[in-house]
Write a protein that binds this ligand. Structure first.
Ligand SMILES: Cc1ncc(COP(=O)(O)O)c(C=O)c1O
Length: 448
């Protein structure tokens, strides 16, 4: 398996050819999932004692498995939060895979961590964080939110040792992502969801005034959202940040989706107050054009995160006097240098190209908002926010929404899924792909 022979050479060419061709598809075919029986019938048992050989295994992927995966970079994939990695970033992902880097410690991977830290610094500067801020790239927003709240709980218990066994409490908005609730579940803490769609300072003041003394003592963090997944709403971080400072509460900002908007001057003001956060996440695999999986997790004071997350062991002692051990800043040890594709693309194109690309998606989302308002059968259900539009098709039942969505996917035309707004089934566009054009939006709207 580890020898390089003629088969290996043929396979190398085939894989590089496939990767190049897939990257150049504009647009890629949308593709769609299929039932397990269909995959079973087509692919059968793929792992055997003697192996299929690389060429056949690759054919299984290209002809059967890949077409059963939706292409998230298709310009009419507007469901959930899509992704649109730059070609430079995806190509460099191949390089990262080929380079066998374990990006845990400075000892093992100084060069990779140096470059990742420059990409993190760009994001920290966009957010207005101090020069000592720093962190690490983790797999996604879910991992980032959890690791940040672990650090928050560590500070609380360190400063109040009497709470070593107390169950903690976190406050968030009702629009916060499910991963915040999941993080509190993993931490065995409670979550108090307050306010409306946008968390305001007043919501926090009211919540604090209504907390029983014991509960106030258990409260260790406020989790704000900078761009809710469903509606694109940015919480009032300025007001919440001041309260967190006054009350000595950890302010965490989940910008997994919306954080990319920091690069866009036209919406930057909405993020004012993010600079007050103790921890902040943004997923470059969402709106900053990196391939999966990539979440930037940044702490105002990384020393607290280091205390919370560093793993100790005899064989790890050689790590500890390292300059910056990426493994110290989240719940992980071995790690892929997953920030490098973003770094390479930033180094290649420069940060202005990112500003242009994020603004382009916002322009298309705004145009989509206007087209929806002008459409005889459609109504926006909230104002268009960041790069999201949420709207109803007047007269449609819940089933109509699902049928339409399924039909569009089956036809290989577009992927737009229903969501809910205050209990009502509606539709939602999330535009993060600079290849999504106003004409693509018009084509979708024409089917409604
Ligand atoms: C605001 C927000 N937070 C967290 C997440 C979870 O991110 P991930 O899927 O990368 O774990 C998402 C995903 O869409 C999100 O939009």
């Amino acid at each position: 398996m580890h020898d390089i022979d003629n088969d290996t050479n043929i396979l190398t060419e085939a894989i590089l050819r496939y990767s190049r061709d897939r990257l150049r598809m504009d647009p890629p075919s949308l593709d769609a999932p299929c039932p397990p029986e269909e995959l079973e019938a087509k692919a059968g048992q793929t792992i055997t004692a003697d192996g299929l050989g690389g060429e056949q295994a690759l054919r299984l992927f290209t002809d059967i498995l890949a077409p059963a995966c939706i292409s998230i970079d298709h310009p009419k994939f507007l469901a959930f939060v899509p992704a649109a990695p730059t070609e430079a970033a995806t190509l460099f992902d191949l390089v990262v895979g080929a380079s066998s880097i374990c990006a845990s410690s400075w000892l093992e991977s100084a060069g990779a961590i140096y470059a990742e830290n420059q990409a993190l610094r760009w994001i920290a500067d966009l957010a207005g964080f101090p020069s000592e801020a720093g962190g690490v790239f983790v797999s996604g927003g879910t991992a980032g939110n959890l690791s940040a709240l672990v650090a928050a709980r560590h500070r609380w218990r360190k400063e109040s040792p009497e709470h070593r066994r107390t169950r903690g409490l976190v406050i968030s908005s009702k629009g916060a992502h499910a991963s915040i609730k999941q993080a509190t579940h993993v931490l065995d803490a409670d979550l108090l969801e307050v306010g409306g769609h946008r968390l305001t300072g007043e919501d926090i003041e009211v919540a604090l005034s209504e907390l029983a003394t014991d509960d106030r003592a258990r409260l260790f963090a406020i989790a704000c959202t900078a761009g809710t997944t469903n509606l694109g709403i940015v919480d009032d971080m300025q007001a919440i940040g001041s309260i967190c400072q006054r009350e000595h509460l950890w302010m965490h900002v989940d910008g997994a989706y919306g954080g990319g908007g920091l690069a866009a001057p036209s919406v930057r003001e909405e993020f004012n107050g993010v600079e007050l956060a103790d921890s902040f996440i943004v997923d470059p695999h969402k709106w900053l054009f990196a391939p999966f999986d990539c979440c930037a997790l940044i702490y105002r004071d990384p020393s607290i995160a280091r205390e919370a997350h560093r793993q100790h062991g005899e064989y790890l002692e050689v790590f500890y006097d390292g300059i910056w051990n990426a493994s110290d800043y989240a719940h992980h040890l071995s790690r892929r240098a997953r920030g490098l594709p973003l770094w390479f693309s930033l180094a290649t194109h420069g940060t202005s190209a990112y500003t242009t690309a994020v603004e382009q998606t916002i322009t298309v989302a705004r145009a989509a908002g206007s087209l929806i308002e002008a459409h005889p059968h459609l109504e926006l259900v909230t104002a268009q926010q960041l790069s999201i539009c949420v709207f109803r098709r007047v007269g449609w039942s819940v089933q109509d929404y699902h049928d339409w969505s399924d039909k569009m996917l089956e036809a290989g035309d577009a992927f737009v899924t229903p969501t809910k707004f205050e209990g009502e089934t509606v539709l939602r566009f999330c535009v993060v792909n600079p290849r999504t054009t106003i004409d693509h939006i018009k084509e979708i709207l024409a089917t409604l």
